[in-house]
Design a protein around this ligand. Structure first.
Ligand SMILES: [Zn+2]
Length: 266
C-alpha cells in the first residue's frame, strides 16, 4: 500500500460502526493481506493471539514513554513472582507475560493487550499481604487471558488501523493508544460481565496457585471503605472496575463452592 493511500485511509476511516462499501472492501483486502484472523461481527476479537502479543511489545515500549514505570526491584520482584505463579494457572501460560509497577500513589492496576499487567505502587502499599496483592494481579491476568483488552481494542479501532499497529506500520497510532491508556485508562475500562469473568478466573487462579482467594474479598472490601474515607485515592480503580458490591457477593459464592468442592470431592 502506498503512503498516500495509507494516509487517506487513516483520515477517512470512521470511528463508528457505519462503514462505507469502500471501507468494507479495503478491510477485506487488509484482512487477507495481513492474515488478521477473520473479519468478525460483533464482539469478536479481530486479531489473533500471536498478533495481540506482538502488538503488546509495541505498546509496552510506548507506555514506558507515557507513564512513570518503576525500576525499584523491591516492588517489581514480588509483583513478577506472584504474576508468574498466577499466569501458570491460566490457559495462556505458554506465552510471555510482563509485569510492571507504575509509580503512582493512587490505588489501581490494569491489563494491556499482549500479556501486560501494570500495578500502581499505591496499590502495593495498600495491600496488607501477598494474598491481597495476588488477588488484584489474578483479576488482571483474568482480563488478559480472556482477551478483554484485545476485544475492546478491536471495537474501538478500525480493523485496518489495528492491522497497521500489528504490522508496525503506524507507530503514531501505537503512541496514541498508549497515550489513551496512560491518560484515561479507556482500554482498561471493561464491561460489567468482563469484570465478573475476570474475578471468576482470578479466584480460580488464586486457588490453583495456592493463594487464599479470601484475599480478593478482603482487598475489595477495604477499597469500598477507602472510597468513603478517601475517594480520590480509588477514583480510577472504581472507574475501571465497576460494580464492586455485586462482585464481592459473586466472589463469596464462588469461594464457598470451591470450599464445598474441596471438602466433598465428587
Ligand atoms: Zn477489571
Amino acid at each position: 500500500m502506498t503512503a498516500n493511500r495509507k494516509r487517506s485511509l487513516r483520515r477517512t476511516a470512521p470511528r463508528a460502526s457505519a462503514r462505507s462499501p469502500f471501507t468494507i472492501a479495503l478491510l477485506s483486502v487488509l484482512a487477507v493481506a495481513t492474515s488478521c484472523a477473520t473479519l468478525g461481527i460483533g464482539g469478536v476479537t479481530l486479531i489473533s493471539v500471536e498478533e495481540e502479543w506482538e502488538m503488546g511489545r509495541q505498546l509496552e515500549a510506548e507506555i514506558a514513554e507515557e507513564m512513570p514505570i518503576s525500576d525499584d526491584q523491591t516492588l517489581i520482584r514480588p509483583v513478577t513472582q506472584i504474576g508468574e505463579r498466577i499466569v501458570a494457572q491460566s490457559d495462556k501460560a505458554d506465552l510471555e507475560w510482563r509485569f510492571h509497577v507504575v509509580e503512582d500513589e493512587s490505588v489501581n492496576a490494569f491489563n494491556v493487550p499482549g500479556g501486560l499487567v501494570y500495578v500502581h505502587s499505591g496499590l502495593i502499599a495498600e495491600a496488607d499481604d501477598e494474598d491481597e496483592l495476588a488477588a488484584v494481579i489474578a483479576h488482571e491476568v483474568g482480563h488478559g487471558a480472556a482477551r478483554h483488552g484485545a476485544e475492546r481494542l478491536s471495537q474501538q479501532y478500525e480493523m485496518a488501523l489495528l492491522a497497521q499497529v500489528v504490522l508496525g506500520e503506524d507507530p503514531g497510532l501505537v503512541q496514541q493508544i498508549a497515550a489513551e491508556i496512560a491518560a484515561a485508562g479507556t482500554l482498561a475500562r471493561h464491561s460489567r460481565s468482563q469484570e465478573f469473568e475476570a474475578d471468576e478466573l482470578g479466584v480460580e487462579y488464586l486457588h490453583a496457585a495456592g493463594y487464599d482467594p479470601e484475599g480478593m474479598l478482603r482487598f475489595f472490601e477495604r477499597l469500598l471503605e477507602l472510597q468513603e474515607r478517601e475517594p480520590g485515592a480509588v477514583e480510577r480503580f472504581f472507574a475501571t472496575h465497576p460494580d464492586l458490591e455485586d462482585r464481592i457477593e459473586a466472589i463469596e459464592e464462588q469461594i464457598q463452592e470451591l470450599r464445598a468442592g474441596v471438602q466433598a470431592p465428587r
